[in-house]
Structures are given as C-alpha cells and as structure tokens.
Design a protein around this ligand. Sequence first.
Ligand code: GDP
Ligand code: IMO
Ligand code: MG
Length: 434
Amino acid sequence: MSNIIILGAQWGDEGKGKVVDLFSERFDIVARYQGGHNAGHTVRIGDRKFVLKLIPSGILRPGRKSVIGNGLVVDPAALVSEIEMLEAAGLQVDGNLFVSNRAQVVLPTHRLMEKLSEARPGRVSIGTTSRGIGPCYEDKIGRRGIRMGDLLDREVFEPLFDTLEAEHQAAARALGLADGLEDKGVRAEYLRLAERIRPMVCDTARLLNDAIAAGQSVMFEGAQGTMLDIDHGTYPFVTSSSASAGGASTGTGVPPTRIHGIVGVSKAYITRVGAGPFVTEALDSWGDQIRTRGNEFGSVTGRPRRCGWFDVPLARYSAMINGFDSLVVTKLDVLDEMEKIPVCVAYRSGRKEVTEMPATIKEMERLEPVYECLPGWRVSTFGISSYSELPPLARGYLDFLEKQTGVEVGCISTGPERNQTIVRPGTHFARLFP
Ligand code: GDP
Ligand code: IMO
Ligand code: MG
C-alpha cells in the first residue's frame, strides 16, 4: 500500500476534509504536516457535521491512527477543545491521536502579536484568521519557540514561557498597546492542558517511519492550499507554513523516498478568504451565485469567501510545484445552474501573454484573465456517483480542465457526503486508491 499526500491545489477550502475522510479508510495512519487551527476541514457523515481544525480528518475512522506532525503549530486550548468535541460525539481519541514532541506551541500573546501586525500603519494587512499562527511560526524560525516536548517539562517550560511572554508584551507596549497585557494565569492553564495532552505526545517521526517499515500506509493531509504556501503562494498574502507537497516531508519526518503519490484537490471554480490578488475573481452576481450555491463562507471565521472562475495557469503552476499525479475536482454540483462557465486559460498583462506565475504582487495585480466560455449543463449533478451518469456537458467541462491543466481528473465530488463521489475507472487515482 502506498503513502499518499492529499493537499489543496488552490487557496484552501477545496474540500480536503471530505476527500481525506472518504479515503482515510484505506490507510492505517492520517498525518497532518503543517498549519494549525487556522484550518477548517468539514466532514459530513449523514446528518452529522464535523469541522476539524487541528486534528486530522482520519480521527473520524475508528481504528485509524491520527498524527499531528512536527510541522504544526498547536494551541493547547484549541487542541483540548477539539478532543472534547470529538469525545462528546462518541469518538475514541485517546490511543488514536499522536502529537509530535517537536510541534510548536501557540501562546495567547501570539494572537496579540498578530493583531498588532495586522493593524500597524505601513504593514500589509493579510486578513489572517487571528489564531496566532504567523507569529508562532516566526518564533519557531527565530529559534525562540516553545515545543510540545518543552511544554511537558515544567522546569523547562516555565522560564521559556516567561521569557517569550515578556518579549511579546514588551513589543506590544513599544507599539503603543497598553491594555490586555496582564497574564491571567496563562502559564498555569497551559501546564494544566499539558496533562491532558501528555499521553499523546511522542516522537511522531519515529512512529510514522516504524509504521511504514512495518508495511503500514500513511495518508498526509494538507491544510490551506498551494497558493497560501509561504514560499510558492501569493506572498505576502499567504499563511506561514509549507502547505505544498514538500512540506509533507519536513512537517512529519517521513523522507520523500517513502512517499508514492500526490493528489491535488481543486474546486470546479475557485475561492479565497482574506486579502491578496485574485485574477479570476467574479465580483458580479455570478460570484454571488457561486457563494450562495456553494455556501462559501469560512468554516473557521465565517467570513464570506471571495469566489471566481477556474484558473488554469494557477492550476498548472500548482501542479508543477506539487507534482500532482491526479486531481480531485470538488463541488461540481455548485455549477449546475450556470448557463455559461468561464474558465481562465491564460493571463495577459497589457498586450503581453504571461506564461509564468509572477513572483510579485505588483505583477500579479496587472494580470488580466483570458476566458474561454464553456456551455453549462443545467441539470443536477448533485450526488452522482458514477462518471457515465454525468451529463455530457459536465464531462466536457472536466475533460477541458484535464487537457488544459495537463493533470488527469481522477475523482469528482458532487456533494458533501462520502457517497457523493465519483472515482474514474482506469485512472492513476483509481490505482492509488484501490
Ligand atoms: P477544506 O478546508 O479543504 O477541508 O474545505 P472546507 O471544509 O473548508 O470547505 C469545503 C465545503 O464544501 C464544506 O462545507 C464541505 O462540506 C463542502 N463540500 C465538499 N465537497 C463538496 C461537493 O462536492 N459539493 C458540495 N456542494 N459541497 C461540498
Ligand atoms: P483550510 O485548511 C482558506 C488564509 C487566511 C489569510 C491567510 C493567512 O481550511 O483550507 P493565517 O491565519 O493562516 O496566518 O492567515 O491564509 N487561510 C485560509 N484560507 N482555508 C484555510 O484553511 C486557511 N488558513 C488560512 O484567510 O488570508
Ligand atoms: Mg477549510
């Protein structure tokens, strides 16, 4: 059995939670490799709905192990509240969830730092999720961070916490923030939370590599999306971690030679939450229609998602960075009522065609989309689970995406439920998920 990465090909919220949950049945372990509780992965199982933020969607499959890898930033309060939510739903977490002793710990003052950074004159406001994710990664790279292993050792944790908190507070004061700086027993609260998490904390790189050596299989669950990747995304309007495929290795300690397949998840259109360039954004009633039909509101912050048309140059770029073996196209049903469906097949800047993804925001903002309009199918595809049952025009749309992106469309999602999914027979995808 293979070890496979499933990750977002666009700006996040592509439906990774649904796809990971559906296929996690075929793997022994599901491992998250980056991000924190900025993610919101929705899984619908019958009339139950789970929104997972930190814990891999594999936790919903009894008997499967879930790993929070070293590449994540973990807010202990968020983690414990998610564990309690799952336990209240009758799921077994203890014994199934493992947290890396090398994962970073998010502190309340990281949120404070983020608030200051987002509001400062002269700074670009990213429209973050306000969870303290960016500042926690800053401290990690600055080698000031506190890791899960440190949190579990009171003697080590207390001085590290006091120093880091004092640094954050000093920075806040220097930037003119006077209120909300008192520590309301946070250190003691973190030590209390640590006791709940302690039995789950271990060397997850060892756990994963031993499991693989013993013939078990791992699915790597990406959070956010390629265009939010700290290096390859639309910087600075990105998140602070390596969301693309390369992050799976550094974020878990599983070497690239042990990873056998990479699957990109993409909507049949595209959305983005927060600020930043968006070449195919539909600012008209079409955009509103997608938002309403697709229920495009953030699962973490509730913000309306910006909506637009499928962007082929972006998908090609994403495929290059990740080396996709196959694409899962989700939310096809959301386009059911469209008379015409524009697809951006190229970018122009003035009179010039732009073939590479620009590295700067200035260049990105100059891009204009070149659209090709495809006919809509105007019948319901909701819930269809076999490729041959799709209306010919919907198949035509998928064939067009496949040709234009150069990546096979191996799987199609036609609704939020597990059984509202098509696996195309004979594809690489079908071979990766036998
Ligand atoms: P993620 O962050 O990539 O896991 O995606 P989100 O959970 O944030 O957003 C995807 C939303 O679309 C969720 O509400 C899903 O239940 C829903 N969804 C997933 N696939 C489909 C689909 O094929 N059709 C429809 N209509 N909804 C879907
Ligand atoms: P999932 O895993 C969509 C966006 C934020 C903001 C930027 C930086 O559900 O796909 P951050 O709080 O990470 O520093 O914010 O990234 N963002 C997401 N957008 N889906 C997500 O996660 C996101 N996580 C962060 O809106 O623009
Ligand atoms: Mg989401």
